[in-house]
Design a binder for this molecule. Sequence first.
Ligand code: UDP
Length: 337
Amino acid sequence: MGVWTSFSSSLNAISSPSFCLLKPISSNNNTIFYQNSAPMLVGFQRSYHPLLISCCSSADMGPTSDLRQSQLSSMSMPPFGVTMNDSSSSKPSYKWRRVLLKVSGEALAGDQMQNIDPKITMSIAREVASVTRLGIEVAIVVGGGNIFRGASWAGSSGLDRSSADYIGMLATVMNAIFLQATMESIGIPTRVQTAFRMSEVAEPYIRRRAVRHLEKGRVVIFAAGTGNPFFTTDTAAALRCAEINAEVVLKATNVDGVYDDDPKRNPNARLLETLTYQDVTSKELSVMDMTAITLCQENNIPVVVFNLNKVGNISKAIRGESVGTLIGGTQRSTAAL
Ligand code: UDP
């Protein structure tokens, strides 16, 4: 009921049997379906978008019915669940509408003087701000390797792998909260969702709620990885990307992309602009762990690997401009991506 403002009483009047012959037959989120009548506008959401009461015969009913879609579009009003500030007709079109940005913990550490370099978090925040203003929806998965990596600690002092990984996941929450605070300090509404409950500090991960935040122009930071030990935040990035229907994983790292050799040892190492998933798996290129890249491959999610330390790279990657290495598809289809 949070959406109702001053029009709530008029809706009650309309839907009450004593005032109205229309019979409510179904409702879905903020759209109520009535039998045998024309669509009517009865109220406004708090953000002053029209609340639609859609009317149709009971035979056509169903929250996902085609009729509902065509009615909504024919009325040229935004249905709920579509971006509230959607002005797609006037918006320039970018390659991606919803992206998943993966920021590794290592990248957050900058010159490694401290675990987190506030200059890095601020530059991420500024670049993300510049693209959310364009209407591109941004979700972020943060790593935690700048603070703790489970695999490196497991075994020492009797620490089993699962416990070590839970500590690693908690490290990602620290980074997420730091990043959220930085984002909000420059006015970007940001929510952190954790894969396991920590309700005093962040929302639990709820897919639909995450999508709703994105639709409202908020940045969503996914923390605590997948919530399971033995995984990585790269896998969490691929998983969340698939779940929220983001179109691409943008992997921000400390290197320009994927090279055919180690650029630190071989000055002639060549930056590869495009790669297939098979290239990554068969040549065992250390782009992402196998689970993550396989998940991307199975779900046709392209991956862009790029350098976070070059000013403008994050916004370029989010806007879909050519940067770093693009991984996806087969040899032939990669060129078309
Ligand atoms: N982790 C985990 N499950 C996950 C994601 C992360 O157990 O789904 C733990 C794991 O110990 C990992 C640590 O969290 O080493 C930090 O994540 P990651 O190493 O992926 O961070 P990044 O390398 O991106 O900084």
